[in-house]
Design a protein around this ligand. Structure first.
Ligand SMILES: [Ca+2]
Length: 126
């Protein structure tokens, strides 16, 4: 009898935690950088660390041209794209830039040894 009561209590607790987790997950905005950010359809997400770790930030084509946040400036260790876009490295604003076309479906687990070490901004097209 006591076991049943404990089991029921645990089940109720787990259910409540599940609801809390769901409630917390639902309003999470792509605009808020977190280390648990996951790329959702239509976004390009950048991480400071390799293998999608560290500081992260997601960009959406609807945002237009955006300078990447300071934590990711010249410091993108990995990325996942579920939208088309363009990575930009400014050589001289506003007339000289280096760009990389990004296609939906592109990803790099290690990007800091490549253009990730130079990224200044993301835009809908190059
Ligand atoms: Ca740069």
């Amino acid at each position: 009898m006591k076991v049943t009561t404990s089991a029921a209590r645990i089940a109720a607790t787990v259910g409540a935690l599940g609801l809390i987790a769901l409630a917390c997950a639902t309003p999470a905005s792509a605009a808020v950088p977190t280390s648990t950010t996951t790329a959702t359809a239509g976004d390009i997400c950048l991480w400071s660390g390799r293998n999608y770790t560290g500081a992260s930030w997601c960009w959406n084509p609807g945002n237009g041209y955006v300078d990447v946040p300071p934590a990711l400036h010249d410091n993108v260790g990995s990325f996942r794209a579920q939208a088309n876009g363009c990575f930009i490295n400014w050589i001289h604003v506003p007339d000289r830039k280096e760009t990389r076309v990004v296609r939906s479906g592109d990803y790099r687990r290690v990007y800091d040894n490549d253009f990730g070490g130079k990224i200044d901004a993301v835009a809908p097209s190059c």
